[in-house]
Ligand binder design. Structure first.
Ligand SMILES: *Cc1c(COP(=O)(O)O)cnc(C)c1O
Length: 431
């Protein structure tokens, strides 16, 4: 499969080059040249297929012959080594739990898939690749865990000091081996600015091959299609109109859902549920796309003021706002509404949602006010324990650590504290 840049200036590349480069030279996001429906037989008889078979059918065309079939199947099997249960919350509302992976956030699937593709592409190279990534929380842990032990790949993660949760910090600072953590005296934006500068610094790129691992990378984005198939497979009633409500920040996850619809999955409607960072809901309302600085909220993995994947969504709908509006509704919710929803879900439905999932739940409720004859699945993108400081005071109950968290929480943090770009540069050049 060939990929072209959505800025249309860089040349087309293979899947391999799209994965290694991350972003095109013209700074555009890569997009597949073709999207073909998968065999209808698989969708009609989806219960006869394993998750691994479904995932293979969905992603194979996007990889093409660049990874041999048997190896791609292995990569998928290793990526999907945990469950994706669909849990009933209320009549006509269900949640797909995407937090059963090693770091308990949905980003595990994309990170594990990308790490293994990169490991394969780099198998015979004597040149090491350095994955350089800035994180506001969840990405760092998922990337650290996904890339741990991958041959010829080093990972350097920058995170803002004192601005990630304890659990998140432990997940990205305790693994050692090929993973290094840099604790930056600054904000997430400072971390991101340093990473961007490093990518443009020839003193570094002359001697190091750098790549990124955020959701703009096609190998992190595309495997997220799997979730929508797994949800559909578990539905009892496959005829009732299906709606997905996706808590959205950079809009990578929802964009992958739209790809799954292109592949033939019968999805009636998408809801992009956001916190007060409402660039997309406003866009659908007014037709004007106005990026703005992000506001801090309790669902902080969605604190994004200029969602990087939205351009891919526009491409999927041929830049036609009216067609897009047919498939996509988007609502924004405040922290107060989110907390009320968490409390409601806890008391009425006996379920503990994290703040992101709660925003997704609100998206279902709002849509069903006017569309009652539908079934809505919201994605539960992280385990509530990852946002303890928000969840516990709201539901007035303390949560227990699941085994994945228990395994890291008492380990010793190892991070290098840095204050300036020069310190990052020195670190990269000496490691
Ligand atoms: C990253 C993240 C999101 C947002 O996903 P996008 O693909 O960026 O829209 C939502 N919830 C959680 C818990 C996340 O970590």
């Amino acid at each position: 499969m060939k990929y072209y840049s959505l800025n249309n200036k860089a040349k087309e590349v293979s899947f391999k080059d799209a994965v290694i480069k991350g972003l095109a030279e013209d700074k555009g996001l890569y997009f597949p040249e073709e999207i073909n429906p998968i065999s209808n037989e698989i969708i009609e008889n989806i219960n006869n297929y394993s998750n691994e078979e479904i995932a293979f059918a969905a992603i194979q065309q996007f990889v093409g012959d660049e990874i041999p079939e048997s190896i791609l199947k292995n990569i998928i099997a290793e990526t999907l080594r945990f469950d994706f249960p669909l849990v009933t919350i209320e009549d006509n509302i269900k949640t797909l739990e995407l937090f059963h992976g090693p770091t308990m956030a949905f980003k595990d699937v994309g990170a594990r898939f990308m790490a293994r593709c990169l490991g394969y592409f780099n198998r015979d190279s004597d040149r090491e690749v350095t994955v350089l990534v800035a994180t506001s929380g969840d990405t760092g842990g998922a990337v650290a865990s996904g890339f741990l032990g991958v041959k010829n790949v080093k990972v350097v993660i920058l995170y803002p000091s004192k601005k990630v949760s304890d659990v998140q910090e432990k997940q990205l600072t305790t693994l050692g081996a090929n993973i290094s953590a840099l604790e930056v005296d600054g904000t997430f934006d400072d971390c991101q600015a340093m990473v961007k500068k490093a990518f443009l610094d020839s003193a570094i790129t002359d001697s190091k091959q750098l790549t990124s691992a955020n959701s703009i990378n096609v190998a992190r984005w595309l495997p997220q299609m799997f979730y929508f198939f797994f949800a559909y497979k578990q539905l009892q009633d496959k005829n009732k109109k299906l709606v997905f409500s996706i808590p959205s920040g950079n809009f990578g996850n929802i964009c992958a859902g739209m790809m799954s619809k292109k592949l033939g999955l019968p999805i009636h409607q998408f809801i992009a549920a956001t916190n007060i960072n409402d660039v997309v809901p406003k866009f659908l309302e007014t037709g004007e796309y106005n990026p703005k600085p992000s506001h801090q909220t309790i669902s902080n993995a969605m604190d994004v003021g200029d969602p990087s994947n939205f351009i891919r969504i526009q491409k999927i709908y041929n830049d036609d706002l009216e067609t897009l509006k047919g498939d996509l509704h988007s609502y924004s919710f405040t922290d107060e509404e989110t907390k009320k929803a968490m409390l409601h879900i806890y008391h009425n439905d006996n379920y503990i949602a994290d703040p992101h999932g709660a925003v997704g739940y609100l998206g279902c409720k709002k849509y069903q006010e006017n569309n009652p004859n539908t079934q809505c699945v919201f994605l539960e993108t992280a385990h509530p324990v990852k946002f303890l400081d928000v969840v516990e005071p709201v539901i007035e109950k303390s949560l227990e650590y699941p085994p994945q968290i228990e395994a890291v929480i008492n380990k010793t943090k190892k991070a290098t504290f840095i204050k300036t770009y020069d310190a990052l540069k020195a670190f990269l050049l000496t490691k």
